[in-house]
Design a protein around this ligand. Structure first.
Ligand code: HEC
Ligand code: HEC
Length: 145
């Protein structure tokens, strides 16, 4: 019984392959952008990095990152952001030191090493870019009074 199913499947395979070829020939592949399938279509550059530091929109906002982060790996073993921003390195690297909130555990105890809750920097910090808004935004910061 098993054997006959197996042979049945085996004989079906060339039939399926052939009909696949026939289908591919009858319907030419069209790309959604209207270009040839193997043609490289350059995208509009909508994100432009902004030089200098952008103003925070509200007092507690994690500051935007004023430099590219493409090269900086963050995983369980390594965090390259810390090689410039940790308090042990920031002076010699001429980078702003992490503020003390990054060295507090959940009970508010002060630590010498970055808190686990602050390890994955880009949970909160994102590179700054001049890009069209995706949705309307009517956010107003509090006046601070
Ligand atoms: C090679 C060193 C270096 C590395 C690595 C680095 N930074 Fe920076 N970072 C700097 C320097 C220098 C500045 C200050 C730039 C300025 O003031 O224009 C800065 C500024 C910042 C600021 C702005 C701080 C503020 O008060 O406005 C943030 C946020 C930041 N970096 C986050 C990151 C994150 C997240 C990573 C990793 C993905 C990272 N940085 C990796 C050197 C570094
Ligand atoms: C849970 C959110 C969160 C994470 C994760 C986080 N930060 Fe921040 N960061 C903040 C907030 C909020 C501020 C501003 C208020 C403050 O200083 O606590 C800040 C401030 C900073 C500043 C400015 C310090 C100053 O005194 O001006 C730097 C630099 C910075 N973070 C870098 C980093 C780096 C590098 C990492 C990863 C190792 C990281 N942060 C992880 C939320 C976060």
């Amino acid at each position: 019984m098993r054997k006959s199913i197996a042979t049945g499947v085996m004989t079906l395979i060339p039939v399926l392959l052939l009909s696949g070829v026939a289908l591919a020939q009858s319907a030419p592949v069209e790309s959604l952008r209207g270009a040839e399938v193997d043609e490289l279509v350059p995208l509009n550059q909508v994100h432009k990095n902004v030089e200098g530091r952008m103003q925070r929109n509200y007092r507690q906002q994690p500051p935007l990152i004023p430099h590219s982060i493409e090269q900086y790996q963050i995983d369980v073993r390594t965090n390259q952001c810390l090689s410039c921003h940790d308090w042990t390195k920031a002076g010699e690297r001429n980078a702003p030191t992490l503020s003390m909130t990054h060295y507090l555990d959940r009970e508010g105890r002060e630590l010498d090493r970055i808190a686990g809750t602050r390890y994955f920097c880009n949970q909160c910090h994102v590179p700054q870019a001049d890009a069209p808004a995706l949705v309307d935004n009517v956010f107003q910061p509090s006046s601070g009074n």
